[in-house]
Design a protein around this ligand. Sequence first.
Ligand SMILES: CC(C)(COP(=O)(O)OP(=O)(O)OC[C@H]1O[C@@H](n2cnc3c(N)ncnc32)[C@H](O)[C@@H]1OP(=O)(O)O)[C@@H](O)C(=O)NCCC(=O)NCCS
Length: 148
Amino acid sequence: MPSGIGGAGSPDRRRQAARRRRPHPGEQYLRLVRHTLRRADADGEIAGYAYAGPWRRKPAYSSTVEDSIFIAPAKAGFGIGRLLLTELMATCADAGSRQMIAGIADSDAEASVRLHKSCGFTEAGRLADVRYKHGRWIGTLLMQRALG
Ligand SMILES: CC(C)(COP(=O)(O)OP(=O)(O)OC[C@H]1O[C@@H](n2cnc3c(N)ncnc32)[C@H](O)[C@@H]1OP(=O)(O)O)[C@@H](O)C(=O)NCCC(=O)NCCS
């Protein structure tokens, strides 16, 4: 065997072993979503939900989460979004997350931008034309907030 490739204690072998011990990114995602998922009920119906998942797959980013939130149109504008997002931030901070990212469509998302701003998020950058939806390209506004 050529030296430096595949020896029992070689860096390659150690990296492979570490990778096997680490949970699969999909598993890690589901565990975090299950742990953070919050639902709001109003008038006996589901009014909305919020959850957080890993922002990036690589372990170096494991303290950074991305939020996702949706309120039923009939229940929007009554403060439910702010309640859910505030609770989600507290849950993630308690679980050891340090930063929360929001990736918001850069058009027709005034409510989401206002919600995140009023919860302490600030603009962190813009990505042009990264999603294709309903026949057009849409950019992403990144917003960020430190937790804890
Ligand atoms: C964005 C969303 C979660 C907000 O939830 P909500 O319960 O309506 O928000 P709240 O009532 O708690 O209001 C939070 C802020 O948003 C503002 N807001 C709410 N609806 C708004 C609207 N239609 N247009 C502009 N601003 C709006 C409120 O005025 C408030 O801002 P303020 O604190 O500066 O006064 C909800 O509208 C939604 O689910 N939209 C569709 C999906 C979406 O965009 N998800 C976010 C993806 S990142």
